[in-house]
Design a protein around this ligand. Structure first.
Ligand code: FAD
Length: 374
């Protein structure tokens, strides 16, 4: 049995399984490209670098285990655009996301049946959802979107990266970067020289990525129920398998699991320093209170949910930057270092879509997008 680091965390156990561990390898002295962070962004970029340029050497450095940040703990809703809506030059996120997964051979139960936007007024006449949640919560709009299995997406991207020759090193924290030529990384007490670097470290190491003053870390919470039978899901209006999210407060999002369970998410813990993430424990304090509130709320939403059992409670970091826009720019320390992330809880499809884009920028084959170039 492979050790599953995500399940040992005090951030709680999500219902996903990461069934891939990279081969243990030594840190090389030099690579063409170093990628900092083994979430969706870093894994997609590393895989695409080798896919597009097999002659370039790539090392991905992950301070914990792949998926240990947001990506192994996400809800897995694949959504179009960004949390700030469409942005100049963004393009077709879901189309590019699906195509990238296909070209990399990543199987992660991607389905795009659409997603429900929910609110308490201006309901669609035929809303399948009608829940009692600070009013009559119903579908007001159907938008493009769907779901993935996050454990399979982390594992699949890592397999694609390693299978194409990228080195994936776990327990390899990047402690410092000197922005000379070449770039010099201090990695878990050793040195690595690189021609280009991608910072895909999301809500952690914000001084390293240059985002400490520009983005706020938060901790998002989610819980999953025990499996429900088809008739119960139909009664709840969820038979179509479309995920859902509210477009107003109080906020709620969710999706079905393959087992027939439902994931519900709500609640954010605000943090003034990303280092406080490490001490968060979902079984006590503010997170535990949020779970108790969420579970009471869900049980009160519909007779079909009154006695539902919750089997998983977990959380993970998200990063929110100015205007809720993703960061995708050159690092102030060097034009050969890129920073990509801060998807504000909207990064499942974007991370892969923009991770591929970042790889193409590093290879000199594409420009940065217009909305965030520095
Ligand atoms: C509970 C929850 C639910 C969510 N639900 C959704 C959803 O339904 N739909 C959606 O679109 N988005 C959702 N999100 C957001 C989405 O999961 C993230 O935007 C996405 O996973 C970010 O991927 P990433 O690779 O950029 O970051 P991460 O997955 O956080 O990866 C960053 C990695 O960098 C590593 N790292 C940091 N510092 C260093 C260092 N110095 N050296 C080496 N490694 C380092 C970390 O250990 C981490 O593994 C959710 C997030 C959470 C927490």
């Amino acid at each position: 049995m492979l050790p599953d680091f995500a399940k040992e965390s005090r951030w709680g156990a999500p219902p996903w399984t990461i069934d891939f561990r990279p081969e243990p390898r030594a840190l090389p002295a030099q690579v063409d490209f170093a990628v900092v962070g083994g979430g969706f962004t870093g894994l997609a970029a590393a895989a695409w670098l080798r896919h597009a340029a097999p002659e370039k050497s790539v090392a991905l450095l992950e301070m914990g285990a792949i998926g240990a940040g947001s990506s192994g703990r996400t809800g897995g809703l694949a959504l179009a655009e960004t949390s700030a809506g469409d942005l100049p030059g963004l393009g077709d996120v879901l189309g590019g996301f699906s195509e990238t997964l296909r070209k990399l051979g990543v199987e992660c139960d991607l389905t795009l049946p659409g997603a429900w936007e929910l609110a308490r007024r201006n309901s669609l006449p035929d809303s399948p959802i009608s829940w009692n949640d600070s009013g009559d919560l119903r579908a007001v709009n159907e938008v493009p979107g769907g779901t993935i299995d996050p454990g399979k997406m982390v594992s699949g991207l890592a397999r694609a990266a390693q299978g194409r020759g990228a080195l994936i090193l776990e327990q390899a924290q990047v402690e410092n970067v000197s922005f000379g030529d070449p770039l010099r990384l201090a990695v878990a007490g050793k040195k690595l020289r690189a021609h280009g670097v991608l910072f895909a470290s999301n809500a952690q190491s914000l001084e390293l990525s240059g985002l400490a003053d520009r983005a706020r870390p938060m901790f998002a919470l989610a819980a999953a129920t025990a499996p429900l039978v088809e008739a119960q899901l139909a009664e709840l209006g969820l038979a179509s398998g479309k995920p859902f999210y509210t477009i107003e407060s109080p906020y709620l999002w969710g999706r079905l699991l393959a087992s027939g369970g439902i994931v519900f998410g709500s609640g954010l813990v605000h943090l003034d320093d990303w280092r406080k993430l490490a001490a968060l424990d979902v079984t006590t304090g503010a997170p535990a209170e949020s779970f108790a509130r969420l579970e009471r709320r869900v049980r009160g939403m519909h007779p079909g949910l009154r006695s539902v059992e919750f089997t998983h409670r977990w959380g993970g970091p998200i990063l929110v930057a100015e205007g809720w826009r993703p960061v995708f720019r050159r690092h102030t320390g060097s034009s050969r270092a890129l920073v990509l992330g801060a998807y504000s809880g909207h990064g499942v499809a974007l991370s892969v879509y923009l991770g591929r884009w970042a790889a193409e920028v590093m290879l000199g084959r594409r420009e940065l997008p217009a909305w965030d170039s520095a």
